[in-house]
Design a protein around this ligand. Structure first.
Ligand code: NAD
Length: 485
């Protein structure tokens, strides 16, 4: 019997729409295998989605935050039994190992529940009666929000934007990444079907056709974007003509600073190793460059190389794999080019780790975990966001130099300081230009859903996670009677 291919389609006002042809999604661990396809929508589909969201918004807002939270939590908890099946799909279209796919899906569902739990606080108005008169401060929805999602952790990153937007009383049009649309579209259809029609709409398709139409549409009031800094700049330009409110969670080049006061042992090395290589380095706030005090440098490099050599690279569905391939061809080419450039500059480049299955290595976008030393500070692999399983390690002589190197970047997403003297690490951390500074930790999960998260400099505008995301998704309104002066 012929099996029907899974196609991710736009979903507008409670119904899927056909689109204009489809584009294939292949398995990054075996690029000749087709996993499914997404439908190419166009500007007319985007317009229909935005108008549906616009029409549904007043009734959704009128329900009140607590009822919205009840509906959203019920809709998303209904997804729990599907997590294992969806994790298989996510690993096939993304490449990541299965436990990460489960973490992405569970993390997304838990994020909706977390924001549901903030509804009462969000609904609470501040009422002031004093000698000036009667004043109310309350939060109001903005209207239609565009939610634009990257490919690296589609479930949780979408939830971190969509949950506060919906609890705040807005309706949404979500644009998944064309690289990893299948799981997210399945999740969003299931959520949208359980909410009033038009509250959640989805548009699949290319960045240029769909992304531009969405971020220039006059009825869109809010753009919530997670993705690269380069795209963030484009979206700000696109949103400028109608002056949309924009929240931007962008790229990073996170430094880790291992101080002279750190004990270099298996725990420290494995924490840093996880922060570098989890998800093959494709995490916005993964460690992208390591600075180690010269007195600890030789010990660190040798233990870190040993740790890296134990990593097993393979198909994410193979239980032997610690990490999978990188997700897509542009990313594969870019990371390999950065490695080649470091080698050409005379750096010491060590491709380490083991292959889960050497015979299928050339079938996918596999890259060995790579440690680079003897590298100049100005090299691209140090200054760029590599977003792959490769990391430069650089020695420093004093902490002022380390802080200067860490801050010498247009990025400022996260950073970490490693020391046995935690008070000193906190003091040094305060000098780093990063939205999150972690002490003796820097891995997936170091940034909790309740902990405000975002970037300094070109790593972002605004903050996600925590209550502040509800503030970012709403307008502050003041209602006042005549004030007695
Ligand atoms: P990307 O910027 O290439 O794409 C992100 C999304 O934007 C995709 O859906 C894409 O189709 C869309 N898009 C692209 N051009 C557009 C345009 N002109 N108008 C509207 N939409 C457009 O990013 P990516 O490669 O999918 O994701 C990786 C990047 O995301 C990395 O830089 C990573 O650091 C960053 N990221 C940041 C965070 C954070 O919280 N700060 C989290 C995850 C990923």
């Amino acid at each position: 019997m012929e099996t029907v291919e899974r196609v991710a389609r736009s979903f507008v006002n409670g119904s899927p729409i056909a689109g204009n042809g489809t584009t294939a999604i292949t398995d990054p661990a075996s690029v000749r295998e087709r996993v499914g396809a997404f439908a190419e929508s166009d500007a007319n589909d985007v317009d229909a989605a935005v108008r549906a969201a616009h029409a549904a918004q007043p009734a959704w807002a009128a329900l009140g935050a607590i009822e919205r939270a009840r509906l959203l939590t019920a809709a998303t908890q209904a997804l729990v039994p599907s997590v294992d099946e969806l994790a298989q799909l996510l690993t096939r279209e993304h490449g990541k190992v299965l436990w990460e796919s489960v973490a992405d899906l569970r993390g997304g569902i838990n994020t909706y529940a977390y924001y549901g739990g903030l509804a009462e606080r969000f609904a609470t108005e501040l009422v002031i009666d004093d000698h000036r008169g009667h004043i109310i401060e309350a939060r109001r929805p903005m209207g239609v929000a565009a939610v634009i999602v990257p490919w690296n952790f589609p479930s949780i990153l979408c939830a971190l934007m969509l949950a506060p937007i919906l609890i705040a009383g807005n309706t949404a049009v979500v644009k998944p990444s064309p690289f990893v649309p299948l799981t997210l579209v399945a999740l969003l259809h299931a959520i949208a079907e359980r909410l009033p029609a038009g509250v959640v709409n989805v548009v699949t398709g290319s960045a240029i056709e769909v992304g531009v139409a969405l971020t220039t549409h006059p009825l869109v009031r809010k753009v919530s974007f997670t993705g690269s800094t380069a795209t963030g700049r484009e979206i700000l330009k696109q949103a400028a003509s109608t002056l949309k409110n924009c929240t931007m969670e962008l790229g990073g080049n996170d430094p880790a600073l291992v101080l002279a006061s750190a004990t270099v042992d298996a725990r420290l090395v494995s924490e840093i190793g996880k922060a570098v290589f989890t998800s093959s380095g494709q995490i916005c706030y993964g460690i992208k460059r390591i600075y180690v005090h010269r007195s600890r440098y030789a010990a660190f490099v040798s233990q870190f190389a040993e740790y890296t050599n134990e990593i097993v690279v393979g198909n994410g569905r193979d239980s032997r794999s610690t990490i999978g391939p990188v997700n897509n061809k542009p990313q594969f080419d870019r990371v390999n080019a950065l490695i080649a450039d470091a080698r050409a500059q005379g750096a010491t480049v060590r491709a380490l780790g083991k292959k889960a299955d050497a015979s299928s290595w050339d079938d996918g976008y596999f890259i060995a975990p790579t440690v680079i030393t003897d590298i100049a500070h100005a090299a691209d692999v140090v200054t760029c966001e590599q977003f792959g399983p490769v990391v430069p390690i650089i020695a420093f002589d004093d902490e002022d130099e380390a802080v200067m190197r860490a801050n010498d970047s247009e990025y400022g997403l996260a950073a970490s300081v490693w020391s046995d003297d935690e008070d000193h690490a906190f003091a040094l951390g305060a000098r780093l230009e990063a939205g999150s500074v972690f002490i003796n930790v820097h891995k997936l999960g170091a940034s909790d859903v309740a902990m405000p998260f975002g970037g300094f400099k070109q790593s972002g505008i605004g903050r996600g996670h925590g209550f502040i995301a509800l503030e970012e998704a709403s307008e502050l309104q003041v209602l006042a009677k005549r004030i007695n002066l």
